[in-house]
Design a protein around this ligand. Structure first.
Ligand code: NAD
Length: 291
């Protein structure tokens, strides 16, 4: 069994990016600049955004954190977005989701300039991804593809089951792995909350990408020997023995699944760190496209 080590791989990618930033600076070119917008006080969202900003500093990017109060109106947020769209100093930016309920998420994502949409959520970029045109791939699926590629996990002709059909993980994963590309050429099945014969599907899968957000959902009896497991889930479980009062659980019951797996991502230290590394990679791309 091989652990797909997202922590190490993301550190490798970050050093590659840091090298590139040094080269850009040496040539007198602009330093890539990422902005992150967060609305409200959600603890997990704040942690994620904080980690993204810290990662920017680590690779030598410039970063701007825009923190807006929970009661920010949709109009005020859209005005902020317009400001970021027209600010030439900012190469790319993200709007941390979820947004407060009174704000229409779709309207906000549509307002982001597609050339600065380093999360890859704008319909233009989703369309470009589906058509295999150069674009910003959404960071989590992009990170998973990179992990599979760097560990040379065989995907061509393999049966892949993606559990979850969200716009940010499941759906793009299913599109990417079915494409003719590195870590692609797979035969993909998308399972979701209405799927009736899930265990039958996963028992036949060479690779299972688990992204439903239910802690330890996938158990050892649901997979075959030699399977590759990508665990995307991150759920906070109350745990008084921890300093912060919770532990992180994936969507996979690691103890029962890992012994049957050829490759498996841990939680934490698997897909999570890769997501941040690929956001940085998209920001580098955005910066290089402008300079
Ligand atoms: P989501 O809630 O938007 O979507 C969940 C999907 O799971 C839905 O499509 C639903 O149909 C499906 N589903 C729910 N119950 C099911 C069941 N019993 N059987 C089969 N399918 C079922 O979730 P999301 O935004 O894709 O996130 C999924 C998980 O991944 C969450 O735990 C989230 O925190 C985590 N996540 C991690 C990263 C990362 O960087 N590691 C990034 C994004 C999301």
């Amino acid at each position: 069994m091989t652990i797909l080590d997202g922590k190490k791989t993301s550190a490798d990618i970050k050093s590659e990016i840091a090298e590139r930033v040094k080269e850009l600076k040496a040539k007198g070119k602009k330093t890539p600049h990422l902005a992150a917008v967060i609305v409200g006080n959600d603890g997990a969202s704040k942690t994620y955004v904080g980690a993204k900003v810290k990662a920017c500093e680590l690779v030598g990017f410039e970063s701007t954190l825009v923190e807006l109060p929970e009661e920010t109106t949709e109009a005020a947020l859209l005005a902020k977005i317009e400001e970021l769209n027209t600010n030439d100093a900012i190469d790319g930016y993200i709007v941390q989701l979820p947004l407060p309920k009174h704000i229409d998420e779709h309207k906000v994502l549509l307002a982001v300039d597609a050339t600065k949409d380093v999360d890859g959520f704008h319909p233009t970029n989703v369309g470009r991804m589906a058509l295999e045109l150069p674009t910003f791939l959404p960071a989590t699926p992009y990170g998973i593809m990179e992990l599979l590629e760097r560990y040379q996990v065989p995907t061509s002709g393999k049966n892949v089951v993606v559990i979850g059909r969200s716009h940010i993980v499941g759906r793009p994963m299913s599109i990417l792995m079915s494409q003719r590309r590195a870590a692609g050429d797979a035969t993909v099945t998308v399972a979701h909350s209405r799927t009736e014969n899930l265990k039958e599907l996963t028992l036949n899968a060479d690779i299972v990408v688990v992204a439903l957000g239910v802690a330890e959902f996938l158990t050892g009896d649901m997979v075959k020997e030699g399977v590759t497991i990508i665990d995307v889930g991150i759920t906070r479980i109350k745990d008084d023995s921890k300093k912060n009062g919770f532990r992180l659980a994936g969507d996979v019951h690691f103890e029962s699944v890992a012994p049957k797996a050829e490759f498996i991502t841990p939680v934490p230290g698997g897909v999570g760190p890769m997501t941040i590394a690929m956001l940085l990679k998209n920001t580098l791309l955005a910066g290089e496209q402008k300079s």
